[in-house]
Design a protein around this ligand. Structure first.
Ligand SMILES: Cc1cc2nc3c(=O)[nH]c(=O)nc-3n(C[C@H](O)[C@H](O)[C@H](O)COP(=O)(O)OP(=O)(O)OC[C@H]3O[C@@H](n4cnc5c(N)ncnc54)[C@H](O)[C@@H]3O)c2cc1C
Length: 414
C-alpha cells in the first residue's frame, strides 16, 4: 500500500464501526478498525446468554474472521484511551495512531444516574462478561436457596428485580420468569416455586414507551400472564445486594437487581472536548461530522442527532444506516464532492416477551402474540452474522421450544 494513502481510523467494531469498515471496502485508503474486544457482538441476543439459552460464541464472531478478505482493512485489538483531535492522533493501549479521517462508533454504557449503591451491587447487561456473570449469579441463587433453611432469606434469594421497562427490561424479565417456571422448576424439586418472584420496576406509567398504547397494554398483560409483577411508578433509590430501596421508602428483599434503566454514550467521548447533548451523546451535524472537525464523524449510540424534533433512538438500525452515510461522506471528502445528510429509515420496532409472545410495530401496522414472535425470530436469525451462528442459534431455539430446556445452565468461571 502506498504511503500517500489516507488513513481512516474507526473506533468500535459494533454495529456502526463494522458496517462503516465494510462500506469502505475497495477504497484506496488504509482503514484501521480498532476495538477493545477481538469480536463483534450481536447485543440484541445478549439477554439469552444471561438466561442460559445461548453460549457467548453463538452471538459473537471475531472481527478478523468477518473482515477477512477486505484488503484495505487492518484490525487492531486495543483500548482507545483518548484522542488529540488537533493533531489527528489516537492514544491506544498499544501505542498511538495518526489518522486522516476518524469514525467514532464507541456505543454506550450503562447509566446508573449517580446511584452509587446500585452501580456497586446491581447487574448490567452490556457485554459478554456481564451476561455470563448474570447467568452465574441467577443459577447460584437457586443453588443457595436449595439449601437455605431460613424461609425469608430463601425468598429474597429467589426474588429477581429488573429495573426499566424498555425493550431490554421487558425481554429480560419475561425470559427470567420462563427460565424459572419452565426449566429450573424441573432442576430443583425441593424448592417451592411460589417463593420465586420476578418484578419489573418502571418509574413511569408505561412499558415500551416508544410503542402505541395497544401494544404497550398487550406487553404489560403478557408479562403478568408470564408471572412477572409489573410495577409502575416504582423508582429505585438504592440496593445493598440484599434489599432494594424504592423512592418513597418501600423495601423489597431481593438478592438480585438487574439494571436496564438507562444508557449513556461511552465515557471516551467525555475526554474529547466535543459538544455533548442528553445521555452525553456527541452532537453531530446531519453529515455526521462534529463541529470544528470535519474529518471526525461520530455515529451510532454515541452520536446525538435529531429528526422531527426527536433524538434518534439508540438502536442498531440507526448505527448501521449512519455507518453507510459516514463511509459515503468520507469517499465524497476524498473526491472533493459535497456531502450527504442523514435521514433515518425506520424499519420498525419489536420486542419479545418470551415463548409465543412478542409485539412489533412495522410502519403503521401493529402485530402481537405468536405472529409477532415468529417475525422476531426470523429477523434476529437473519441479522446474526455468519451461517454457523445462525444455525447454532436456530438449533438451540428449536430444542428449547420443544423440550422446555436451556442449553447452557453452567455456573462457570467468569
Ligand atoms: C442488551 C441489549 C439489547 C439490545 N437490543 C436491541 C434490539 O433488539 N434492537 C436494536 O436495534 N438495538 C438493540 N440494542 C441496541 C444496539 O445494540 C445498539 O444501538 C448498537 O449496538 C449501537 O451500535 P454502536 O456501533 O453505536 O455501538 P456498539 O455496537 O455497542 O459498538 C461499540 C463498540 O465500541 C467498542 N469500544 C467502546 N469504547 C471503546 C474504547 N475506548 N476502545 C476500544 N473499543 C471501544 C466496544 O467494545 C464495542 O465493540 C440492544 C443493546 C443491548 C445492550
Amino acid at each position: 500500500m502506498s504511503q500517500h494513502e489516507p488513513v481512516i481510523a474507526i473506533v468500535g467494531a459494533g454495529f456502526g464501526g463494522l458496517w462503516a469498515a465494510r462500506a469502505l471496502r475497495g477504497l484506496m485508503a488504509k482503514v484501521v478498525l480498532i476495538d477493545r474486544h477481538n469480536y463483534h457482538l450481536f447485543q440484541p441476543l445478549l439477554y439469552q446468554v444471561a438466561m442460559a439459552g445461548l453460549s457467548p460464541g453463538d452471538i459473537a464472531k471475531t472481527v478478523r474472521e468477518i473482515t477477512r478478505g477486505q484488503r484495505n482493512l487492518e484490525f487492531r485489538m486495543a483500548e482507545v484511551h483518548g484522542a488529540d483531535l488537533a493533531e489527528h492522533r489516537l492514544d491506544l493501549s498499544t501505542g498511538t495512531l495518526n489518522y486522516d479521517y476518524l469514525i467514532l462508533s464507541v456505543g454506550s454504557e450503562t447509566n446508573f444516574f449517580g446511584l452509587e449503591t446500585v452501580a456497586e451491587h446491581a447487574h448490567g447487561l452490556k457485554d459478554i462478561t456481564e451476561a455470563v456473570g448474570l447467568r452465574n449469579h441467577i443459577l447460584s441463587m437457586f443453588e443457595q436457596a436449595a439449601v437455605e433453611p431460613d424461609p425469608e432469606k430463601r425468598r429474597a434469594q429467589l426474588t429477581f428485580v429488573v429495573v426499566g421497562g424498555g425493550p431490554t427490561g421487558v425481554e429480560l424479565s419475561g425470559a427470567i420468569s420462563e427460565l424459572i417456571r419452565l426449566v429450573l422448576v424441573k432442576d430443583y424439586p425441593q424448592l417451592n416455586f411460589t417463593d420465586a418472584r420476578v418484578l419489573l420496576l418502571e418509574a413511569s406509567d408505561r412499558v415500551l414507551a416508544a410503542l402505541p398504547e395497544p401494544l404497550r397494554a398487550a406487553t404489560a398483560e403478557t408479562l403478568w400472564r408470564k408471572h412477572v409483577e409489573v410495577r409502575f411508578g416504582a423508582a429505585v433509590a438504592g440496593f445493598d445486594g440484599q434489599r432494594v430501596n424504592l423512592k418513597g421508602g418501600e423495601i423489597i428483599p431481593a438478592h438480585t437487581l438487574i439494571w436496564c434503566a438507562g444508557v449513556r454514550a461511552e465515557h471516551l467521548v467525555d475526554t474529547l472536548g466535543l459538544p455533548q447533548a442528553s445521555q452525553k451523546r456527541v452532537r453531530v451535524e446531519p453529515t455526521l461530522q462534529v463541529p470544528g472537525h470535519p474529518e471526525v464523524l461520530v455515529i451510532g449510540d454515541a452520536a446525538y442527532l435529531e429528526e422531527n424534533g426527536q433524538p434518534l433512538p439508540m438502536v442498531a438500525q440507526v448505527a448501521m444506516q449512519q455507518a453507510r452515510l459516514a463511509a459515503a461522506n468520507i469517499r465524497h471528502m476524498l473526491a472533493g464532492e459535497s456531502l450527504g445528510s442523514f435521514h433515518y429509515h425506520d424499519l420498525g420496532t419489536m420486542a419479545t416477551i418470551g415463548r409465543n409472545a412478542a409485539v412489533a410495530l412495522i410502519g403503521r401496522l401493529q402485530f402481537r402474540g405468536f405472529l409477532a414472535w415468529g417475525m422476531w425470530l426470523v429477523v434476529h436469525i437473519l441479522q446474526l452474522i455468519g451461517f454457523r451462528n445462525r444455525l447454532l442459534v436456530l438449533i438451540n431455539w428449536i430444542w428449547d421450544y420443544l423440550f422446555y430446556e436451556r442449553a447452557v445452565r453452567l455456573i462457570s468461571e467468569e
